[in-house]
Design a protein around this ligand. Sequence first.
Ligand SMILES: Cc1cc2nc3c(=O)[nH]c(=O)nc-3n(C[C@H](O)[C@H](O)[C@H](O)COP(=O)(O)OP(=O)(O)OC[C@H]3O[C@@H](n4cnc5c(N)ncnc54)[C@H](O)[C@@H]3O)c2cc1C
Length: 282
Amino acid sequence: MLDETLKTQLKGYLENLREPIELVATLNDVKASGDLETLLGDIAQLSDKVSWRRAEGAEADDRVPSFTILRGGAETGLRFAGIPLGHEFTSLVLALLHSGGHPPKVAPEVLEQVKGLSGEFHFETYFSLSCQNCPDVVQALNVMAVFNPGVSHVAIDGGLFPDEVETRKVMAVPSVYLNGAPFAQGRMELEQILAKIDTGAADRAAEAIDAKEPFDMLIVGGGPAGAAAAVYAARKGIRTGVASERFGGQVLDTMAIENFISVPHTEGPALAAALESHVRDY
Ligand SMILES: Cc1cc2nc3c(=O)[nH]c(=O)nc-3n(C[C@H](O)[C@H](O)[C@H](O)COP(=O)(O)OP(=O)(O)OC[C@H]3O[C@@H](n4cnc5c(N)ncnc54)[C@H](O)[C@@H]3O)c2cc1C
């Protein structure tokens, strides 16, 4: 399933695993199951911290083919229904790493918010392998599942489960369901998902901001202009705050960027992450 280049890359990533993980697959005799079996076998060969096996008895899932990830023999709460290649390959790699103890690139306060969520949240996301907006949603919900035992997430390749797509009238991807009811469609960041389900979050955020020393300058919006203004002001010793739902602005909705002089090629999410990291340095 994986060519030699991907295997080499994945082998390198899997060296970041801190704890062993086990991939448990529900398979049958259709071709997609055979493909998933080959993929899981390929992955398990790349690291002695990864193993795979078939689900037994009650472990078997209704969605076939699918697999879940166990750490220390316990479910992490995330499952892929289908074969996460194409645009979802990164989601697969991150799911393996985060399940195996590698820390996610998420702001510490956001991770605390994920861990502090109370309640039972079962998310289901329909994606397609060619969807560019799907990985952010799948990855955000996977992080929530790994870090909060009350959250579970199934990422479903709609192409392999057409009956569900038909029954639920899924018109676009990503389409997210929460506890069986429609929750959201389209690209969403982890912070936006949290804001939708964590009803006390706004009050807690307001309290946290109230507790800070006053800012000399408050910048509204975290796009490139806001990030540049923040860096300039902070470098001059001005106490600067940024009020922003997400960092990156329109850049987050962009893929290839080829006119950022001195950088021949970059992509929106990478540039947005670099903007955020530069601002956070101050
Ligand atoms: C699909 C696409 C492709 C693009 N490709 C390129 C390209 O290849 N090269 C290029 O040079 N440019 C490109 N652009 C344009 C580029 O992204 C924008 O010019 C740039 O992002 C503008 O930066 P900005 O900081 O001024 O505004 P924005 O990026 O729009 O950021 C403003 C931010 O402020 C937030 N905001 C607004 N009001 C408030 C409020 N009241 N409170 C809190 N937050 C608020 C917004 O939500 C947003 O996040 C592209 C844009 C799009 C959409």
